[in-house]
Design a binder for this molecule. Structure first.
Ligand code: HEC
Length: 169
């Protein structure tokens, strides 16, 4: 804020206020009416959540936009869901209760505070553990994996056939 121009989705810009000023602004806005409070440390403690359960909840509620590994993805008409890597626990919680821009709101009736904690635990867990299955290719899924195997795999087959015919002559 403020938006540079009207568009399907506002771009992230450098932060204009200090942490303290942001907290003061939030306190003033909160004094004016109803709305979710800033989550406290207890609510955003990833260690208290269940990462396996959080993964299930994430795949049901978030993966269609953010990708199963939280790598982000394209949405319709130029909108996009950003990557969730490196996003703080507090910010993840706040995004769920406020639903920024094109993201839906997940209130406590939808996903309970404990389940939110589990989703945070899942995101922090995959962030800390990396990809045990080999090169993750940006975790972008079948398109990047298919492209890789077509280019590298077919390249290898072509190189092999060239080598074979070169030997026979
Ligand atoms: C309909 C698609 C959609 C779904 C479903 C969705 N999101 Fe989002 N999410 C978005 C979009 C779009 C943004 C970017 C909003 C913006 O830039 O202001 C976003 C932003 C975020 C952010 C802020 C990232 C940052 O770097 O600032 C977090 C955290 C997040 N989402 C977590 C979640 C979680 C957790 C769930 C599931 C409970 C979820 N989202 C479900 C579309 C979605």
């Amino acid at each position: 804020m403020p938006m540079a121009m009207q568009g399907p989705q506002a771009q992230q810009k450098p932060v204009q206020f200090t942490e303290e000023q942001t907290a003061q602004l939030a306190a003033y806005v909160a004094s004016l009416g109803a709305g979710p409070a800033v989550p406290d440390e207890e609510m955003t403690n990833a260690a208290a959540g269940n990462a396996a359960e959080g993964g299930e909840l994430f795949r049901v509620n978030c993966a269609m936009c953010h990708n199963a590994a939280g790598a982000g993805g394209a949405l319709t008409q130029g909108k996009f869901a950003p990557s969730l890597e490196g996003v703080s626990e507090k910010h993840i919680y706040e995004a769920m209760v406020t639903g920024p821009q094109n993201m839906p709101v997940f209130n406590d009736a939808n996903i309970s505070p404990e389940d939110k904690q589990s989703i945070i635990a899942f995101l922090k867990n995959i962030e800390a553990n990396g990809s045990p299955g080999g090169a993750e290719l940006g975790s972008l899924g079948p398109v990047s994996e298919g492209l890789f195997i077509w280019t590298a795999g077919l390249g290898l087959v072509i190189a092999f056939t060239i080598w074979l015919t070169a030997r026979s002559s």
